[in-house]
Write a new protein. Sequence first.
Length: 144
Amino acid sequence: MAVSMQVDIVSAEGSIFSGKAEMVYAQAANGEVGILPHHAQFLSSLKPGQVRVVSGDEEDFFYISGGIIEIQPTVLTILADTAIRAEDLDSVAAEEAKRRAEDAMDQAKSDIDVARAQGELAEAVAQIQTITKLRDRLHKTGLA
């Protein structure tokens, strides 16, 4: 049996995932991190993006809008502002949010407006990327 760690992904709405995993990928503040069991202790903020949980031949994909990741040797916890299973994301809504954010950037009148629009754009693009990666994975495995 492969070595695993406990993974918990929690948002303000509640727990979205709790289980064992052999590897987790997430978008930390300074770039993507890959975490294996018995990883060094680590605490970081997370950027909007995909979280991938690998257990055996199975992979679960999640979108998070940001949050914190805490890594202990046998437990990984993600406290997310918003967490959604990738298959529950709406690609049409994500594309519309991206368009609205781009329009808001074009019409921004202050640095605060620009920053807000950039944050909204980053979240929409992260959702679109998560959907795309999930679809690519499903096509490769023949499940789509």
